[in-house]
Write a protein that binds this ligand. Sequence first.
Ligand code: SAM
Ligand code: SF4
Length: 336
Amino acid sequence: MRISVMDRCNFRCPYCMPEATYHEAFRFLGPKERLDFDEIERVARVAAELGVTKIRLTGGEPLLRPGLPDLVRRLSTLPGIEDVALTTNGVLLPRFAPALRQAGLRRVTVSLDSLDPVVFAHMSGGRGDLPAVLEGVDAACAAGFEGSVKINTVVQRGVNDAGVPDILARFRNTGVTVRLIEYMDVGNRNGWERADVVPSSELRARIAAVWPLEPLPPRYRGEVARRYRYVDGAGEIGFVSSVSEPFCGMCSRARLSSDGKLYTCLFATTGTDLRAVLRGNACDVAVDERLRTILSRVWRHRTDRYSEERRHSRLSRPGTGKASDRGKIEMHYIGG
Ligand code: SAM
Ligand code: SF4
């Protein structure tokens, strides 16, 4: 289960929260609209009873949520939860990495799209701080996440694809795994076009020409990234190919937005309101029972397969496809 703890962000990556939309007057959720930690813990506890074993905290920028280590501690000690992970843009990691580790966080993914200051500035909407993000990666390794730190790189043709080898070179032989993510048509505001996507197969061929690669088997059913290792033993990289090689049939992710809506797909248009249940006036036992019923029903009846449908639509034609206008939930709100 992926839990978005904060819809706000201190970056404005154009592929996620373009500044033109997310300007000063944009209305984000207020503190009372967001689920509080008791409410998040409660949903997670019921989800764990139903079989959820892994939780990833995301956003928006999750480290903007005050007291996040406290939430990590609560979630990581829930019966049945084996793994709590975090996806962050990394700038606040130098400050929080030790406390997160002590609270029981097991894995950290830092988003980093370029090592070129100009490209990085563009891809973070002019708000990123490249040295701080790199310091954040180091802080995570130093805090004991070593071996469980990943880098997420969203690749856009003509924007940062030429700089991918620099990122790989920096993290080869460090134990940090880079995952190259195809630019997706999440939300409705990033102006996605099929022509901006670099298919993983193309990227893989370009990389293998420099550093030969060989495939690795998935570690578990539903693993999103296709794993490869450098033949020279310098580590692994992953490819997340939701546009060119959709994996909807294997998807096992439920998503909880910061205001308590449950979604079963990153490209969903509607969610199920759990906050109304949490804040209704039923007794604790009745709330838990209601949550259990809703979670099981929503999960059993999910039919989402957006990425596979996209593959068979006009969006799959190189150079012609624009993003679907079906009113998808925005990524910063549902959580990436
Ligand atoms: N702010 C945090 C961060 O950037 O890591 C967490 C939230 S962010 C929405 C989660 C992940 O989604 C990031 O790795 C980001 O690069 C990725 N992402 C956002 N928009 C995307 C898009 N249009 N296509 C592919 N990945 C995207
Ligand atoms: Fe913020 Fe992450 Fe979206 Fe960038 S990708 S705008 S850092 S939520």
